[in-house]
Every structure is written in structure tokens, then in C-alpha cells.
Design a protein around this ligand. Structure first.
Ligand code: MG
Length: 418
């Protein structure tokens, strides 16, 4: 094989030595792919059904900005979310198991990515706006404090008389106020529709942000997809993490109708399978069965009601969901996880320790705001020390909360082990 005048990219010396003669220059052609936001918007208009959101229908941003030439409004939102500090910190926030209990368990970040994957897959099949669904899924847990629901329960109590605390409202505080990546405004200046969809239960606990958001009786279809994708993701990964931890065993799961149905499918597909591989294949079938049912039932709803636009669709209420028999099976699984996993001794022991860390940190900052980072010390003077302490603690990772607690109390109240 000749190694002479090669234009092969991997043979850089020969390639750089090669000079095309003027007579052999290829004709100048347009790039194969032209990316521009107009083309994507036209594509949405032509392709999506009437009930789907269209980027051109967005109500825009609080602080007007020129449109991005390359990205639609929700693709731009998605990129701002992925690049913000609160998104990165999800990596060290608990889902069920605290980060140093093992490297294989889900964190809030991997949970978020699984929600985005399920939500996008479902949205594409239903003809909904994939970019919107992706952006919302990636942002949906930005307001979660450290240590999962234990952290939220403590902050809710701490803020009971001072405006309240709720993780959805906190997600709006993060994207509207707490992120400081842009000189021209506070927050990420996301689109109205993403902000309104984050604020599930009204602006009551949002500490003054979101007052422009109009109450709506039901979420947009795209937001409904993210809600159900959230529950599909955590039901399935909590089953997986529960099995991995040994708190659940495959034989425990045989009392569940959904597990038995999934195992039948796995055995039909792979008759010789047994042991851990059978368990993993069964769990994969649980996801498949629930998503298939969700798509079939929701498609039937959309076909029957044929909403003429996104507002008409949301006026019908919750159209994205499981069939009644599947809802029964999913509820049975959720009750099982509550009794066997979330209230398991090892998990509740950890919960007590983590609740103490969050409560004591909050109380220390309340009495000594100087211990907080500069932005939050400053906020204590304007928004009040309660809101500043709640925002500061809510933004912490599990690891930082542990370190701060040790620094301020001298106690090594580690959540490692029992
Ligand atoms: Mg979630």
C-alpha cells in the first residue's frame, strides 16, 4: 500500500506535505448541515402535533435577550442549566444512599440523567417537545437540599414560620436568583414555561421569586411527562439500589405483581437465564412494561380528546399517565419501597444523623450569619437571615455539609457507616 501522497487524517506528515494543484481544487460547496434556530423552529411547526409546545410560542424571558441564532429558546435553557453550579453539585447529593456508602448507587445527578432519558424517549414517541422536556428534566431537582428528603424535611420545619421551604419552589429560587453566572441579570433568566413548570405548588415557599407566574390548574403535557418519568426513574433505580445494598432481595420482590409480570417476560425472552442476570433483566422489563403502558394509555387519551393546542390539552387535566391496572401495580411497588427500603433500619439511622447535621447547621448560621459564605451573609441583611440560611444550606452537597458541621461544632458526626 502506497504511503505517498495520502490525504488520510491519521497520516498527518504525508497529509500536511500534500498540496492540491489549483486545477484539482474541489468546487466550493455549502456545508452539509446548516444549524440555525429558525430551521429547528420551522421543523417543529411542520412535525409536531397541535397539542405540543412550539419554541416560537414561548412567552420569553424576564430579562429580554436577543434570540440565539443557533438554539431555540428551550435548547438555550437546557445549556444554561447544564452549565450552572447547582447542576454540578447534584453529583454529591443523596438520592437514597449517602455518597460514601458506595460508588454504584444513584446520586441526584444520575437520577436526573435517568429522568431526562426516560422523559425524552416518551416525549419523542408522543410527539411532544423534546427540547423542553429535556431542559425541565435536567432542572427538576436543582432545589433539593443535601441528604435527600431528610434535608428537605428539616428545612421545611426550620422555615415553617419564615416563608416555608419546598424543593420545587427552591428550584425556581436557584434558576431565578441564586445562580450568578451572568453579569446582566441574577439567575439563569430561563423561559417563562420552564420556570412555571418548576414551580409545581405555587410561589408560596419561593421567598419572593415567581410572583409573575400565573397559577394554572394543570401542568403542560411536557411537564406531565417529566413528572411521570421522575417516578419511573426513582421506582426503578431504588429497586436496583435496594437490591445492590442487600436491603431488598429478589425473593422479597416476588410479592409484587409488576415484578412477577416482568420476570415472566424476562424468562420468555431468555429461557436459560438465572441468578443476578435474571434479576437485572427483570428490572429492565419493569422499566419497559411501565413505559409501554404509559405511552399506550397517554396516546389513547390524546387521540380521543385531540386537543387543538397546548393550553387546550392541559385544560383536560392529567392526560399523561398509566392505565388504571398499571397504576395499581405501580402503587403497590411504591408502597413496597416505602416499607422495605425508605423505612429500612440502615436508611432511617442515616436519616437521623443527616437531619441533625442540617438542623444544627441552620441554627448556627441563624445565630452567627458571619459563618456563611459572603453572598449569603449579604443576603441575610436584605432577604433576612432565615431565608439566607435556608438557601445556603439547601445549596450544599452532602460532603460539604458534613465538613461544615465538623468545622463549626468540632463533632465528627460522619454519615459513613452506621
Ligand atoms: Mg426527581
Amino acid at each position: 500500500m502506497s504511503r505517498g501522497r495520502s490525504s488520510c487524517w491519521s497520516c498527518s506528515r504525508a497529509a500536511s506535505a500534500w498540496k492540491p494543484s489549483p486545477g484539482r481544487l474541489p468546487a466550493r460547496t455549502a456545508p452539509i448541515i446548516t444549524i440555525d434556530s429558525n430551521r429547528i423552529e420551522h421543523d417543529e411547526a411542520a412535525r409536531l402535533p397541535l397539542y405540543a409546545l412550539r419554541s416560537t410560542g414561548s412567552r420569553g424571558r424576564r430579562h429580554p435577550e436577543p434570540p440565539d441564532p443557533l438554539r431555540t429558546v428551550w435548547r438555550r435553557d437546557r445549556d444554561r442549566i447544564v452549565h450552572c453550579g447547582a447542576f454540578r453539585r447534584l453529583e454529591y447529593k443523596t438520592q437514597v444512599f449517602v455518597f460514601h456508602e458506595g460508588d454504584h448507587y444513584r446520586t441526584r445527578l444520575t437520577h436526573t440523567l435517568e429522568v431526562a432519558q426516560v422523559a425524552r424517549s416518551v416525549a419523542v414517541v408522543l410527539g411532544l417537545n423534546e427540547s423542553f422536556v429535556e431542559a425541565l428534566a435536567l432542572a427538576h431537582d436543582l432545589g433539593h437540599p443535601p441528604f435527600g428528603h431528610a434535608g428537605e424535611d428539616v428545612l421545611r420545619l426550620c422555615m415553617k414560620e419564615s416563608g416555608g421551604f419546598e424543593h420545587n419552589a427552591q428550584a425556581l429560587r436557584v434558576v431565578d436568583f441564586l445562580e450568578r453566572g451572568y453579569p446582566q441579570f441574577r439567575g439563569l433568566n430561563l423561559s417563562y414555561e420552564i420556570r412555571a413548570s418548576l414551580l409545581k405548588h405555587g410561589p408560596g415557599a419561593a421567598g419572593g421569586v415567581g410572583s409573575d407566574i400565573e397559577p394554572a390548574p394543570f401542568p403542560l403535557l411536557e411537564a406531565q411527562v417529566v413528572d411521570v418519568a421522575d417516578s419511573i426513574a426513582y421506582n426503578n433505580h431504588d429497586l436496583d439500589d435496594g437490591l445492590r445494598s442487600g436491603l431488598l432481595t429478589p425473593s422479597d420482590l416476588e410479592e409484587l405483581g409488576l415484578w412477577r409480570r416482568a420476570q415472566e417476560r424476562a424468562r420468555a425472552l431468555y429461557p436459560t437465564l438465572e441468578g443476578a442476570l435474571l434479576t437485572r433483566s427483570t428490572r429492565a422489563q419493569v422499566i419497559k412494561i411501565t413505559i409501554d403502558d404509559l405511552i399506550t394509555h397517554t396516546s389513547a387519551n390524546l387521540e380521543r380528546l385531540a386537543p387543538r393546542n397546548p393550553e387546550a390539552a392541559r385544560a383536560h387535566g392529567r392526560l399523561v399517565g398509566f392505565s388504571p391496572p398499571m397504576q395499581e401495580l405501580v402503587s403497590e411497588l411504591q408502597r413496597f419501597l416505602l416499607g422495605h427500603l425508605y423505612r429500612a433500619h440502615a436508611v432511617t439511622t442515616m436519616r437521623q444523623k443527616t437531619m441533625r447535621i442540617v438542623r444544627e447547621l441552620f441554627e448556627i448560621y441563624l445565630h452567627d450569619p458571619e459563618q456563611m459564605a459572603p453572598d449569603f451573609r449579604e443576603m441575610a441583611g436584605t432577604a433576612g437571615v432565615y431565608r439566607a440560611a435556608a438557601d445556603y444550606v439547601a445549596g450544599m452537597t452532602d460532603r460539604f455539609a458534613e465538613q461544615e458541621h465538623e468545622r463549626l461544632t468540632g463533632l465528627r458526626l460522619t454519615t459513613q457507616g452506621n
